[in-house]
Design a protein around this ligand. Sequence first.
Ligand code: DX5
Ligand code: ZN
Length: 223
Amino acid sequence: MSRQPLIAPSLLSADFARIADEVARVADADWLHVDVMDAHFVPNLTLGLPVVEAIQQVSPVPLDCHLMIENPERWAPGYAEAGSRNVTVHAEACTDPRAVARDIRAAGALAGLAIKPGTPLEDHLDVLADFDTLLVMSVEPGFGGQSFIADVLPKVRRARELVDAGELTLLVEIDGGINADTIEQAAEAGVDMFVAGSAVYGADDPARAIAALRAQAAAAMRG
Ligand code: DX5
Ligand code: ZN
């Protein structure tokens, strides 16, 4: 069966003074990506669990929480309990990724593992069997609107091979610098889910931007 691209707008590029309206503007997205930053794991601070709980109340789209935080063991299950569809933690921040995945799943969400651009996939292959999503970062985490780092694509290709060979069962997600100029190369490399912040919220019509990105990715996947 052919893969279908999933588009996840990142709320990081939305107007935080009007979050409910901004969520409604991307109602036809597949997942809504929420970047949680703690000013320790990354040099930026965004929002935490109370705000995610409020977003969950108004979002027609399942939440995809990307935790760029230290000590994810302590905090990740709360985001799952809040009703998120997927909760992603950073491999670089986890001491026991398997235990975090188990706790996230036990709290009712899918479990995701994220790797920064410089982090080798091979270092974490052994734990990926316990995860449902793999987030390959294509910018240094911390800020929206950065340029896509194409050097991460070999990691996407390797993950795709392992999934297609039945050695792993997970969605391959990419995050950072995804737009009309970069989404095709990511799709060809094997991405399932595309996070796009500035390309969606920076557009005059976010719904149209989502549809255009989805069509581009689908065409590239068909080859
Ligand atoms: C960066 C975040 C991204 C960011 C992507 O640390 O994880 O989700 O919002 O923004 P764009 O699509 O503008 O690169
Ligand atoms: Zn993100």
